[in-house]
Design a protein around this ligand. Structure first.
Ligand SMILES: Cc1cc2nc3c(=O)[nH]c(=O)nc-3n(C[C@H](O)[C@H](O)[C@H](O)COP(=O)(O)OP(=O)(O)OC[C@H]3O[C@@H](n4cnc5c(N)ncnc54)[C@H](O)[C@@H]3O)c2cc1C
Length: 270
């Protein structure tokens, strides 16, 4: 567990940003990841007084404040309707409900953890992050950036028409994932996002001629092989790189079949 010499509940993002420029000061989200570490922080910077613990919905987008919790995105009816339940599916195995009531979207996305279900699912969507100083940048770009002292204010998910599906493999329920996989079918694009390889999630755009083939088991398997060929895999105590490559082929295939199923369900509801 870390310790902090001072605690400041800031009154503005500018105050938080100024404080955060000092390396020994730290923004705090739900503190669930931070408390796993040791060391001493000079000032813990709390954003909880800035009304960022909400999800705003307009006709064009969902804006998820950085202090919104994982439980809030898990139980948000419209966000889950838009993502075909993929957001709920992605976070439901993260430890337990009490944990998800504390863990924040800001801490989850700013951390860009290699194992992140949250990063994987939001990366398949048309998402951007709002940073206090740098402004709005695509999540896929943010995921590759180095850590800096900016503040993640919100995550914006545009309501670009799409169908989604989400899959993960865990050695045991609620453990860190061995592989995460999200698929999104847009009008003109099929995007796959694969994480826990064990590095940060990465998005793969499937070439048009393959993405537009009639979806069946053979096409889904071909897309799985294509996705695996575009990504790198590593080994850690949970699984080998070779096993992750194999899982990618299997999960991508299943995620594509699920997309097709979701499409059929939509048609039958019309
Ligand atoms: C035991 C355990 C198991 C987990 N299992 C999973 C899992 O299976 N799948 C999964 O996806 N995730 C998992 N996680 C990660 C978890 O879901 C959260 O992503 C993580 O705890 C970070 O969220 P937090 O609110 O606790 O952030 P904190 O711990 O408070 O902060 C994390 C980092 O982000 C910085 N930060 C926080 N908010 C901001 C902000 N707004 N702007 C800039 N910087 C900020 C902090 O300074 C810190 O460096 C697990 C975590 C733990 C501890």
């Amino acid at each position: 567990m870390f310790s902090a010499a001072n605690y400041i509940k800031v009154k503005s993002l500018e105050e938080a940003w100024q404080l955060n420029q000092k390396r020994s000061n730290k923004i705090i989200g739900g503190m669930l990841w931070m408390k796993m570490g040791k060391g001493r922080i000079q000032t813990a910077i709390d954003l909880s007084g800035l009304e960022l613990d909400r999800i705003e919905e307009t006709d064009e987008y969902f804006k998820i404040g950085c202090m919104a919790t994982l439980r809030m995105i898990e139980t948000h009816p419209e966000l889950n309707r838009y993502t075909s339940g993929a957001v709920r599916e992605a976070v439901k195995n993260i430890v337990g409900v009490q944990f998800r009531n504390l863990a924040t979207v800001g801490g989850s996305i700013f951390g860009r953890y290699g194992f992140s279900d949250v990063l994987t699912v939001l990366m398949a969507a048309d998402s951007s992050v709002e940073l206090y100083k740098r402004g709005i940048i695509p999540l896929r770009e943010f995921a590759e950036m180095k850590y800096d002292n900016d503040i993640l204010v919100s995550v914006i998910v545009r309501k670009t028409p799409a169908r989604f599906s989400y899959m993960s493999v865990r050695n045991s329920k609620t453990d860190f994932p061995v592989l995460t996989c999200a698929a999104a079918r847009y009008e003109n694009e099929l995007i796959l996002s694969v994480g826990a390889r064990p590095s940060r999630a990465k998005a793969v755009s499937v070439p048009e001629e393959l993405a537009n083939k009639m979806m069946n088991e053979d096409t889904a398997a071909e897309i799985g092989r294509y996705a695996a060929s575009q990504l790198s895999f590593g080994s850690n105590l949970r699984a080998s790189g070779a096993y992750r490559r194999h899982l990618t082929e299997v999960l991508v295939k299943r995620a594509c079949m699920k997309l097709a199923e979701n499409g059929e369900e939509e048609k039958s509801c019309l």
